[in-house]
Design a protein around this ligand. Structure first.
Ligand SMILES: *Cc1c(COP(=O)(O)O)cnc(C)c1O
Length: 374
């Protein structure tokens, strides 16, 4: 079976796990965490907290903004549920925005229509590591006096006009889960870009205590000073990231080569109207997190998935538009967001990971062609 994705962990990274065990015996429980955070801070020129997941990073963000029931947050409908549960669990009302006609990313015009006095944050998701239209977004948000949070789960190393994604909004969240370009199976990072958020964010992160100040040796003990949770990643997980983070550019370059090969090889099918290929705006320097194609409709897409499966190739659709989810339906959300619905029904992802061989990729391409030649 040719799998859709595989983590970019290398066998050598196992040595790092051994190091983490040794560190435990020496009473050093955070050494790899600190190493990763220092690296992220330098590379991305911001303050970085390593977290147990991207969802956890967004939970810290939501608590840092001190959101409460009755507040509203605008979120794209076409995203993973982890983008929204950090807000719904605080009783915040979600207002869903649509995708653009040409890309799964959020449409700024749709956000504008959902803005109100109650809006306390705008959350954007850069789908597949392709940047949203950040200039328009930031000026809309500034006019409304509302912070922008980036769910940059897909985005390690990707940029908007030479600025790293996740470092542009007030707060940004990265994921290192098993499907992402850099992975420790479960992990994430919060980028605190607007330093006004730092005092609360570092309190939230350490279970509502001033442990961060204690670790900086500013106090001799720490105590409970606010709201928070346990948002510390295990040092064992962090150990798997130490070398991978340093390989980010190389991993992304490998993925981009494969991405480009798919694009070029499948262009004739687009020219003949069988599929649509991903649209990447000129301001986006993406990281090839996903290669997807769009089929004409859900029926065709689903028979394509079954056909590829029969050839031993795992291809998958992606998000189920959240405004149509059972949980939101039960809350009488009845938005009509045609483009989010369209990407739910038409999009399918092709295998893309660092261990995919040239021969395997050729088999995927040949199989896509045979589906349309049936
Ligand atoms: C993967 C993902 C998340 C959640 O990441 P975890 O690290 O699994 O919590 C959130 N948002 C998007 C868009 C994702 O793809």
């Amino acid at each position: 079976m040719i799998l859709l994705s595989k983590p970019a962990v290398e066998l050598n990274d196992g040595v790092l796990l051994q190091d983490a065990v040794l560190q435990m015996q020496q009473g050093q429980f955070h050494r790899s965490v600190t190493e990763c955070e220092n690296y992220l801070q330098q590379q991305y020129n911001t303050t970085a907290f390593l977290t147990p997941s991207c969802t956890a990073a967004l939970e810290i963000a939501a608590l840092t903004l001190q959101l409460k029931p009755g507040d509203e947050v605008i979120v794209p409908s076409y995203t993973f549920v982890g983008t929204v549960t950090p807000f719904t669990k605080l009783g915040v009302t979600i207002r869903f925005a649509d995708s653009t006609a040409t890309h799964p990313n959020v449409d700024v015009e749709s956000i504008k229509q959902k803005l109100s006095e109650k809006t306390k944050a705008i959350v954007v998701v850069h789908y597949a590591g392709v940047a949203c239209a950040m200039n328009e977004l930031l000026s809309l948000a500034a006019d409304a006096g509302v912070p922008v949070l980036e769910d940059a789960a897909h985005c390690i190393g990707a940029k908007y006009n030479n600025q790293y994604l996740g470092t542009i909004g007030g707060l940004g969240a990265i994921s290192f889960d098993s499907q992402k370009n850099i992975s420790c199976l479960q992990g994430g990072a919060l980028f605190v870009n607007n330093h006004n958020y730092l005092p609360i964010a570092e309190t939230v992160r350490y279970n509502g205590t001033n442990k961060a100040a204690f670790l900086r040796k500013e106090t001799t003990s720490f105590e409970w000073v606010g709201n928070g949770g346990n948002y510390e990643i295990s040092n064992i997980s962090a150990a798997l990231l130490v070398q991978q983070l340093k390989r980010t550019q190389e991993i992304n370059r490998q993925r981009l080569n494969m991405w480009q090969h798919y694009f070029t090889a499948l262009e004739p099918l687009q020219a003949n109207g069988f599929i649509a290929l991903p649209a990447v705006p000129s301001y986006a320097q993406h990281n090839a997190h996903v290669f997807y194609v769009l089929l004409p409709d859900a029926n065709k897409r689903n028979s394509f998935i079954a056909f590829m499966q029969s050839k031993g190739i795992q291809v998958l659709f992606h998000y189920l538009a959240l405004h149509r989810s059972p949980y939101m339906q039960a809350q009488q959300v009845n938005d009509h967001l045609p483009y989010a619905g369209q990407f739910e029904e038409r999009l399918v992802r092709l295998p893309l990971h660092t261990q995919l061989s040239k021969e395997e990729q050729q088999k995927v391409i040949n199989s896509v062609y045979s589906f349309f030649e049936q």
